[in-house]
Write a protein that binds this ligand. Sequence first.
Ligand SMILES: [Zn+2]
Ligand SMILES: [Zn+2]
Length: 105
Amino acid sequence: MGIDYYTCANCRDTFPDCISYFSCENCGQHFCSNKCGKRQVSEPPDDIDDDADWEETVTCIFCRTEAVTDDDMIDFLLKELNITYDQALERYKQAVIRGETDDGE
Ligand SMILES: [Zn+2]
Ligand SMILES: [Zn+2]
């Protein structure tokens, strides 16, 4: 039995699986805490007749689109800009040459 480490999908912190972290059943993301992933359990509808028919759903910031992973954001932006990853990389390189990035100021 070893300790596994996860990277929090929100704050990118690494944490061991022996702490009480939050693993979203809905989308499978791992968060360092319920607070960080903004764990939310769905409320039963007011007009519910039979509790047995209702199943609570646990959601996180990604399920509710309050945040996106970097990978998803990159995919989205590339599609929006209609360029490939390589083209974006090329633009980045050009920007670095022109000194337009935040690095090394
Ligand atoms: Zn976190
Ligand atoms: Zn989720």
